[in-house]
Design a protein around this ligand. Sequence first.
Ligand code: DQA
Length: 142
Amino acid sequence: MRILVLNGPNLNMLGVREPDIYGRHTYADLVAFIEETAERLGVMADVRQSNHEGELVEWIQQAMGTADAIVINPAAYTHTSVAILDALKAVALPAIEVHLSDVSAREPFRRISYAGMACSETYAGLGFDGYARAMESLVVKK
Ligand code: DQA
């Protein structure tokens, strides 16, 4: 099974960025955690991060035929991007949304998730574990 794991804007700043919310672990730590999880589950993970909406849209489109499922933390684009929602709908691959923080307990604008409308599940507020939970769920559903 090939899982495309997409991370949106500012997630490359993990470790530096608002540590009270996102913790002290870096983006490299997150990639290592996802790769270890993939190995444990016996799947392949292609982990990517972009600060650009269009690049995320292109990677979702390219997943058609190259990936079996998508785990996505669209970061700020969660709350604004109809383009990412439409791309997820277009490829129609199994998709799960992840957020490190508990978006439901933060500012009201973070309660809206466009990408989530194309995802079967959301894991939020679990830190890195949310990615593992999402990957486990996709493996069980396969
Ligand atoms: C986030 C939550 C978003 O609201 C925020 O814009 C992010 C990160 C999270 O992982 O908790 O950049 O997706």
